[in-house]
Design a protein around this ligand. Structure first.
Ligand SMILES: [Zn+2]
Length: 496
């Protein structure tokens, strides 16, 4: 059974990834995933899930790799069973968003362009108007999101799990309730310095007081527009290529990683990476607009691309496509966070005296992490029960208290990722701090100029998604992944 299953599984992944690539890169007007699910529907029926569970039960404990492999296939089957039960609603929401227009102050924008406009609009009234316009689009499609969520919960229970939470806890071997406790402690322990630095930055950059800021201000605040000139869009690919070349990675000769920088009207404004076939066909897609957030997003996606592009072709397909997402996110954040390395800024971009920029970037990062910590706590509450109204109120409360940017309930379901993805980001942020410190200790502070550091990274990337983030952290000798590392890093960086 397994050999056939594996082959079909690899084909399904490639087909699905290709569809996402074509849609998000603006080469296809509609996202058509339902026909792909239909074509491969045998992969995620109740029977297939039961058969994979039997295979797992019959495989002796000491066949560790074999068991890990079957578990990955089983996780995939369950995840896709849920995806299959909601595929039409997923398409409906995506169609609605990609067709929607935001009309504001005589301008007409796509839903996505409105998100970009929010990051650049210095006039607060206009910012609020664009934000309200986007909220209108979100609100109009929230019923579909609610229906989709209810269906996901129902599908989890139909497989015999007590809740959506217990399904994912069993799949990934996690304790999300315990992790929510860690997130609460993260919020408490980073709060004093967060509030002090945020208050200063808001007065300085936005001319606003802490008690005045709202959700419509977040994107503009995080964009750090004052520094745009240091990050021209024309230099982005050079910076990428030179950074990798310091590590001994020649991006020009990586034929398997294609950079798609072609301008297309419907292309996603945010950089993304799609591993269509690992490691043979990796797409790294950008629509460069410049500014530090564009650089961060591209370097992040480049980290994913290098990870998938360096995975061994010999790996079983389930160790190429279905892993612990915290692992690939860790590699992505490793490059993403070069933006706060003053030596890197000076060497690659000629940006000297970057101290206040670096502090602003780190504060912006803390805004994002506090947002995600609050999201995870809300998700634990949401996925245990069915009370959407209560979870929406909790979302608004926690987002407001964690970030201090006043947030409403409308964005609750729009802001929600499937499968506890927020936990993957939080764990990856913590693992990345440990990995970065390790690289600095072993290869020197500018680790990104060391070929030996590059060799080390290529060696761990070669294992693709074979190991979970926890296994990889242990394997490198870094111990357990804990949010304490993040707390210390922020409190050190934001102290004075
Ligand atoms: Zn990522």
């Amino acid at each position: 059974m397994l050999d056939d299953y594996r082959r079909e599984y690899a084909d399904f992944n490639a087909a699905q990834m290709r569809e996402y690539y074509l849609f998000l890169s603006g080469q296809k007007a509609e996202l058509e995933i339902a026909p792909i699910y239909e074509r491969y529907s045998d992969l995620f029926t109740d029977d297939s899930i039961a058969a994979l569970k039997r295979e797992l039960d019959e495989t002796p404990e000491h066949f560790e790799t074999e068991r890990a492999a079957i578990r990955r296939l089983l996780n995939f089957a369950i995840d896709m069973f849920l995806g299959n039960s909601t595929k039409e609603l997923t398409e409906t929401v995506s169609e609605y968003e990609s067709g929607a227009r935001v009309e504001c102050a005589g301008r007409s924008m796509t839903f996505q362009d409105a998100a970009v406009a929010l990051t650049k609009e210095s006039d607060r009234e206009l910012r609020r108007a664009i934000y309200e316009g986007r909220l209108g689009v979100i609100e109009a499609s929230n019923d579909f999101r609610a229906e989709r969520l209810t269906r996901l919960h129902g599908s989890a229970r139909s497989l015999g799990y007590g809740s959506y939470t217990s399904l994912y806890e069993e799949m990934f071997g996690r304790d999300y309730g315990g992790f929510a406790g860690e997130c609460e402690s993260f919020l408490t322990r980073t709060e004093p310095l967060y509030l002090a630095r945020l208050d200063e930055a808001l007065r300085r950059d936005l001319g606003l007081k802490l008690e005045e800021v709202e959700r419509c201000d977040v994107a503009y605040f995080l964009h750090l527009t004052d520094y745009d000139d240091y990050f021209p869009s024309d230099d982005l690919l050079r910076v990428y290529s030179e950074t990798m070349s310091g590590l001994g990675i020649r991006v020009d000769s990586q034929k398997n990683i294609t950079i798609d920088a072609e301008p297309r009207p419907r292309k996603s404004p945010r950089a993304f990476c799609v591993p269509i076939r690992v490691p043979e066909e990796i797409k790294l897609v950008i629509k460069p607009s410049g500014g530090q957030s564009d650089y961060q997003a591209f370097l992040h996606e480049a980290g994913h691309a290098q990870h998938y592009g360096s995975a061994s072709a010999e790996l079983r397909p389930e160790f190429k496509h279905t892993g612990d997402h915290s692992l690939t996110e860790t590699y992505a954040f490793l490059f993403n966070h070069l933006i706060s390395d003053s030596a890197w800024l000076e060497q690659l971009l000629g940006f000297r005296e970057s101290r206040s920029f670096v502090r602003s970037v780190i504060l912006a990062r803390l805004v994002a992490m506090r947002r995600y910590a609050a999201k995870l706590i809300t998700e634990c509450e949401l996925h245990q029960g069915e009370d959407l109204t209560r979870a929406a109120a909790l979302y608004a409360d926690l987002q407001t208290s964690a970030t201090r940017f006043k947030s409403g309930q409308t964005e609750f379901l729009f802001d929600l990722d499937d499968a506890f993805y927020s936990a993957n980001y939080l764990r990856a942020w913590a693992f990345e701090v440990a990995l970065r410190e390790y690289l600095k200790e072993r290869f020197g502070n500018p680790w990104w100029t060391s070929r030996r550091a590059g060799d080390f990274l290529k060696e761990i990337w070669e294992t693709g998604d074979r190991y979970t983030a926890d296994e990889m952290a242990r394997h490198i000798g870094l111990g357990a992944i804990r949010l304490d590392l993040l707390i210390d890093e922020f409190n050190r960086a934001l102290k004075h």
